[in-house]
Design a protein around this ligand. Sequence first.
Ligand code: NAP
Length: 262
Amino acid sequence: MDLGISGKWALVCAASKGLGKGCAAALVREGVNVVITARGDATLQATAAELRALNPAVQVLAVAGDITTPEGRAAALAACPQVDILINNAGGPPPGDFRTWDRAAWIAALDANMLTPIELIKATVDTMAERGFGRVINITSAAVKAPIDILGLSNGARSGLTGFVAGVARQSQLASHNVTINALLPGPFDTDRLRGTMAGAAQKSGQTVEALLDARRKLNPTQRFGTADEFGAACAFLCSAHAGYITGQNILMDGGAYPGTF
Ligand code: NAP
């Protein structure tokens, strides 16, 4: 299927690794020019080179910076000639016990996982509407639908973003101008983030990381973790010309782990 987005420009935040990289790769394969960001420049440049190799016909620009800061966002936006597609992503907050989180911990989580995507939406959607095409994908988490107790910072901040988007995606000045805003909710995907979380759990439990990973895989109906490529493919479809009637949705990608009918 031709997704009909060749030649568009996408800003893909936090994309040197993992799910963000998967989204950037899928868009590049579809002929979309991308600006990718991450804090660490060396990995970011290596990823940019990989993406260029995937499709030499597109432009791949790499902007190193912290997307949760005003400077990081300004640099990313300035590098993108126009933002037709916005993929909001950033690192997830650390796990822990809410009794130990102070105001600074909450503000950091809100900045990264709620206010940064809102700022980027604010900076881009009205010009998308003027051009008659826009796609925003927020990478959130399955924890929005099925909260995980030790990820309270993530549960809280991402639910705030989800509530905000539920309203704004339905504004007719956006939806009637072919601007859609949706969220992809990842369950367990095989990325550095997942392995890092498991490494912490392994230290506490005295089990090996591999044993914990194996046990976690077996909990999922698919008996495996998702891949960044699968995540990217779903993202690219939601960004496609064919997905203009899907907006304000929260799409769970968890291998069927969530046990509800809806
Ligand atoms: P990952 O493999 O650790 O990759 C994170 C990427 O984001 C890296 O490129 C990282 O590069 C970049 N990044 C992190 N903080 C950033 C910042 N402040 N500014 C710019 N770039 C930043 O993580 P992932 O698994 O892809 O996760 C992506 C998001 O999905 C996270 O919010 C995570 O919590 C959420 N999620 C993941 C899973 C899963 O199973 N993987 C499940 C649910 C939710 P630098 O470190 O160099 O900046």
